[in-house]
Write a protein that binds this ligand. Structure first.
Ligand SMILES: *[C@@H]1O[C@H](CO)[C@@H](O)[C@H](O)[C@H]1NC(C)=O
Ligand SMILES: *[C@@H]1O[C@H](CO)[C@@H](O)[C@H](O)[C@H]1NC(C)=O
Length: 260
């Protein structure tokens, strides 16, 4: 019995220790100090990249593991990453941060050096997206694929709310689902995939050549689909972070007058 109690105590202390590990290492900033806030987000990305924050349910985000993640491109081409990963989140730098005086909106600019998305995929669709390459038949594929995006800049405007939880503390509640964004690839995108079949013909080589020559047009067409998917993931871990860590742990000011 005593042993069990001791074990329970050890587990509890371990959990508390883990939690304090992330919380206690957070940079504390004035909400108006954009340079400091940039450093805060930067070090948060680094920490979540290295270790995640298991105590609040955030797995290590570098690389980020994906499973059964489907994007439907304009309803005509469905691509599922059965098992894969995204690498490069820690290559992102926060280049701009600004919070409106009312604290109702934050504006961020982020520059990421390189994203690599790779894994096992299944693809099913019509040739409609690739009319430009003279493709009429259905497309299907199952194999390994990779997308590399060099130097992408993202501009995000995220509505914010401040809420008081039952513990009496104040928490940020970013409204990611209402965020607006735009992005610009300053480098380029490169696609690679084996076993893309058009009808019964292995068209990997021809199709990839077309995609790699026309990546700009393709990103204009379906970049948003991928980006919306990426935002879903950002949503999951920002929610976990901000729902669990009160603002007093990283903001110097008392923000109670902004609770709404
Ligand atoms: C793609 O998936 C959507 C939703 O699951 C489905 O309605 C659509 O028919 C699929 N398109 C193709 C080409 O398989
Ligand atoms: C299709 O072609 C690609 C590259 O040309 C090759 O890597 C792949 O193994 C081929 N797949 C099949 C099923 O023949």
């Amino acid at each position: 019995m005593l042993k069990l109690k001791l074990l329970g105590f050890l587990i509890a202390s371990f959990l508390v220790f883990c939690e304090s590990a992330l919380v206690d290492t957070l940079v504390k900033c004035s909400i108006k100090d954009d340079e400091c806030m940039k450093t805060f987000y930067q070090s948060l990305i680094k920490k979540l990249g290295d270790n995640g924050a298991p105590e609040i349910g955030i797995n290590k985000i570098e690389p980020m593991k994906l499973k059964d993640s489907t994007v439907s491109i304009l309803g005509v081409l469905n691509i599922t990453l059965i098992e894969g990963e995204v690498e490069g989140i820690t290559s992102c730098k926060i280049t701009h941060h600004r919070v409106e005086d009312s604290l109702k909106k934050v504006s961020l600019r982020i520059l990421c050096d390189r994203f690599v998305i790779r894994g096992h995929y299944i693809m099913e669709g019509t040739g409609a997206l690739f009319k430009g390459a003279g493709i009429e038949n259905d497309i299907h594929g199952k194999g390994n694929g990779k997308i590399v995006i060099d130097k992408i800049e993202v501009h995000l405007e995220i509505p914010l709310r401040l809420v008081k939880h039952d513990d009496g503390d104040i928490y940020f509640k970013p409204q990611i689902e209402e965020a607006t964004y735009d992005f610009n690839v300053l480098g380029k995108a490169t696609f690679d995939a084996d076993n893309i079949m058009i009808g019964e013909k292995n068209a990997s080589e021809d199709l990839l050549k077309f995609m790699n020559e026309n990546w700009k047009l393709l990103l204009q067409t379906f970049g948003k689909t991928f980006f919306d998917k990426a935002i879903d993931f950002v949503h999951i871990f920002t929610n976990k972070f901000f729902e669990n860590i009160p603002v007093k742990k990283f903001i110097l000011e008392d923000l109670s007058s902004y609770v709404n």
